[in-house]
Write a protein that binds this ligand. Structure first.
Ligand SMILES: [Zn+2]
Length: 140
């Protein structure tokens, strides 16, 4: 039997409209928590979170959930115990916005390409510089 779906608590997801005349990518990046912005730049750093075995009909399927320590997004996979092939399409669960706090998932934002990736990288470097400067000031 496939695993039961977890009950989902509805949360408000931040939505942006890239086509809007006042769309400002840098301000969207600036509102993201530093870890989420880092995941946008570097991709997720998946770590073990759940590892078990689930009965799928006659087969005991290897099941795992890995979680990103920075943005808390997860990827869940169900794999054949012998061949290692996927028994189901891997399922991503991106941390979503709660109230006014943007999460990793921002509807309408999509992927960053070309010059946008450069802008994201520079914005992240500015923010990381500020984090390090603040740490250094606290020490001194
Ligand atoms: Zn992440």
């Amino acid at each position: 039997m496939p695993p039961r779906k977890r009950a989902r608590v509805p949360v408000e997801v931040k939505t942006v409209d890239r086509e809007a005349p006042d769309f400002d990518l840098l301000s969207v990046i600036g509102e993201m928590p530093v870890g989420d912005a880092a995941c946008r730049e570097d991709r997720h750093g998946w770590e073990p979170f759940v590892a078990d075995r689930v009965q799928f009909g006659a087969v005991v399927v290897r099941h795992r959930i890995r979680r990103c320590p920075r943005c808390k997004s997860t990827i869940e996979t169900w794999v054949h115990p012998v061949s290692g092939e996927y028994m189901r399409t891997p399922k991503y669960d991106y941390r979503v916005a709660k109230g006014s706090t943007p999460g990793y998932l921002i509807k309408g934002l999509g992927a960053f390409h070309g010059a946008e990736r450069g802008a994201l990288r520079l914005a992240n470097m500015d923010r990381e510089e500020a984090v390090l400067a603040a740490k250094s000031n606290r020490r001194g």
